[in-house]
Design a protein around this ligand. Structure first.
Ligand code: HEM
Length: 154
């Protein structure tokens, strides 16, 4: 009788441990997923970048900056940059942001226009607000290296 009680206590404890471990694991899986994974990986990032560069090309406010750009290379660099920056398995192989944009005379309003074009694509692909915010937070610090021209309002 006593052996049976001990055995069932041990079994109950084991079950509780397994259950707690499963809950902890599920919590970790939702919390620790990288932004890269939550964005949908490289395929999804490539689709967003394609659309985003299309928006930029159609955006009369800033498209003149890209008149002589190598668009396929730019897209590839952007994918690498977003992939790496969001915790994905990529290595950005381009220039640093200061060197890449040196002498272009990009103003704060041009930077903001480009971020709006990105937001349009993120919305189109139904990227949730949380992930959009995280991505913009990765890109925003680059502003100081990209913008060279002061505008009156900024
Ligand atoms: C967060 C904002 C931005 C990011 C992450 C970004 C990223 C990049 C990257 C990765 C490259 C390629 C560098 C390389 O080939 O080594 C690039 C090039 C370039 N970017 Fe940006 N950029 C940003 C903002 C802007 C803005 C606001 C403009 C102009 C309105 C701009 C215009 C250009 C141009 C014209 C090139 C050269 C493309 C070429 O020659 O093929 N960028 N940028």
């Amino acid at each position: 009788m006593r052996t049976l009680r001990i055995a069932s206590t041990v079994a109950a404890l084991a079950l509780a441990t397994v259950f707690a471990a499963a809950v902890a694991h599920a919590q970790m899986a939702t919390q620790k997923k990288s932004l890269y994974d939550r964005l949908g990986g490289k395929e999804a990032i490539t689709a967003v970048v394609d659309d985003f560069v299309g928006n930029v090309a159609a955006d009369k406010r800033i498209n003149s900056f890209f008149a002589n750009a190598n668009i396929p290379r730019l897209k590839q660099r952007l994918v690498e940059q977003i992939c790496q920056g969001s915790g994905g398995p990529c290595t950005y192989g381009g220039k640093d942001m200061k060197t890449a944009h040196a002498g272009m005379g990009i103003a704060g309003k041009d930077f903001d226009a480009l971020v709006q074009d990105l937001a349009k694509s993120l919305n189109k692909f139904k990227v949730p607000a949380k992930e959009q915010k995280e991505l913009v937070a990765i890109l925003a610090p680059m502003k100081k290296d990209i913008v060279e021209k002061k505008t009156a309002s900024r």
